[in-house]
Write a protein that binds this ligand. Structure first.
Ligand SMILES: *[C@@H]1O[C@H](CO)[C@@H](O)[C@H](O)[C@H]1NC(C)=O
Ligand SMILES: *[C@@H]1O[C@H](CO)[C@@H](O)[C@H](O)[C@H]1NC(C)=O
Ligand SMILES: *[C@@H]1O[C@H](CO)[C@@H](O)[C@H](O)[C@H]1NC(C)=O
Length: 429
């Protein structure tokens, strides 16, 4: 069985590396002027809020898309409003925050409650798939490019493969080193204020890793971590565990660096193979990945499945799988001591030591009893590593019935979580 999955995986990677993968996103229809409706127009302005699309460049040349909602539906943008930066998790993008009706979703609630809201989209997702140093023709999500236009431009295979390897050559380490600093710097440069932060899932892991390295903390007022992930050893979704086993085989060293596009046919095949694993039930894919969510609205889930999942790099999936396997929060493991020494000067990848997070940083953690990705036992490990944190700077909320997706899409998340988040922010001065 494992062999079969691995064989599928080889197909996935080979297929994508040769640029013949045909995703099902169907968005591309012109290279110079791609008809992309941004998140502002599809999900914010329609509800009567002002919204700006913004591009932010990272030091390693990625162009990240952000949305700024500077005021509430009834205005109020003239007064000084505290900025809040909202960071989504893996395999989704900033739009997931906006799928519920306006009175139920976090960004618009924050805008109506007096905040200047900034939504981030990590590298590789639909709107953050551009890079400065690639040729203009490549200056769009490569995933989109690989579809109808490829033949027309006749890129030599070797050249294309090289560009692809460069483009997808990152894991969440690069989000820590490049993405978060770029967006924090940008928000600071525009507002002159330190920002509050809200992260979900991978958005919590990269934040914790950053804070532990002393990054961002001079531009940060407080941090809210929903479904926090730092340790993943107890992850109890059968699908997740099966996937982690396959990825932890360090497939990138065997098969090269490529896109992991869950909407593309090759990855769909890969998922299907995983679903044949004993104990894995893919009847309800969202549940089999996130755990039994208590409080989702069926129309929101439909919207979610139309817009997500989003691409990430295979290397990022491998890095996450290493976190599951190794039980420590460490940098990407190159798979053998020689390569690790080349990259880090040490045989093992350096760890992110969470005890180094400044003890006086105001942190709010909210976690759920039914969350299959952010398992209660792993959250307890995280809390244990924060045991030296100043007691009055750490707020912890436990929600018995919540699973992973309830925190972003729960119909009652406003009452249970977001109101607490707002009052937590209002208490920081
Ligand atoms: C579910 O979502 C639909 C569409 O946004 C909305 O009309 C409906 O009120 C929502 N239901 C609940 C219980 O919030
Ligand atoms: C990928 O990035 C690493 C540094 O993080 C670099 O050493 C390596 O050469 C890069 N590989 C490719 C194919 O770009
Ligand atoms: C993490 O840092 C703390 C204090 O800064 C230190 O006591 C501890 O040994 C470190 N842990 C590891 C695994 O290096």
């Amino acid at each position: 069985m494992a062999l079969r999955v691995l064989a599928t995986m080889i197909m996935v990677i080979a297929h994508q590396a040769h640029g013949s993968g045909r995703g099902s996103m169907g968005l591309a229809s012109g290279i110079t002027d791609p008809p992309i409706a941004g998140i502002c127009s599809t999900s914010v302005s329609v509800h009567g809020y002002r919204c700006h699309e913004i591009d932010v460049e990272t030091q390693d040349g990625f162009i990240l898309s952000m949305q700024r909602i500077p005021e509430g539906r009834d205005g109020g943008g003239d007064t000084e409003r505290p900025p809040v930066l909202i960071q989504h998790g893996v395999l989704v993008d900033g739009m997931t925050w906006l799928l519920n009706p306006p009175e139920q979703n976090l960004p618009l609630i924050l805008a109506d409650r007096g905040f200047d809201v900034w939504i981030a989209n990590t590298r590789g997702t639909r709107y953050s798939c551009r890079h400065t140093s690639l040729q203009p023709i490549m200056n769009r999500c490569l995933n989109l490019l690989l579809q109808p236009h490829l033949d027309q431009y006749k890129w030599p295979d070797v050249l294309l493969a090289a560009v692809l390897r460069g483009f997808w050559n990152w894991s969440w380490d690069e989000m820590v080193v490049f993405d978060l600093p770029a967006i924090f710097d940008y928000v600071y440069s525009q507002t002159g204020q330190k920002a509050h932060y809200v992260g979900h899932s991978l958005g919590t892991l990269i934040a914790l890793a950053s804070f532990s390295e002393g990054l961002l903390v001079d531009k940060l007022k407080s941090a809210v971590l929903l479904s926090p992930i730092a340790y993943l050893s107890h992850m109890n979704t059968a699908l997740g565990v099966a996937a982690a086993k396959v990825f932890a085989g360090e497939i990138t060293t065997l098969f090269g660096l490529a896109e992991f596009n869950p909407k593309g046919e090759p990855v769909a095949k890969f998922l299907k193979a995983l679903c044949d694993y004993p104990g894995v039930d893919c009847y309800d894919l969202l549940t089999s990945i996130t755990g039994q969510n208590c409080c989702l609205n069926a129309s929101t889930v439909d919207l979610f499945l139309k817009n997500e999942p989003q691409s990430t790099s295979t290397k990022n999936m491998v890095h996450l799988a290493q976190t599951v396997r190794d039980g420590v929060l460490a940098k990407y493991n190159y798979g053998n001591p020689y390569f690790n020494v080349m990259h880090y000067g040490e045989a093992k990848p350096p760890i992110y030591n969470l005890s180094n997070i400044p003890h006086n940083l105001p942190i709010f953690i909210s976690y759920g009893g039914k969350d299959a990705l952010s398992d209660v036992r792993d959250v307890e490990l995280l809390l244990d590593s924060l045991k030296l944190h100043d007691v009055d700077k750490l707020t912890i909320q436990y929600i018995k019935d919540y699973a992973h997706a309830d925190f972003i899409m729960g119909v009652n998340a406003k009452d249970i979580v977001y109101n607490q988040v707002v009052s937590f922010f209002n208490h920081q001065h």
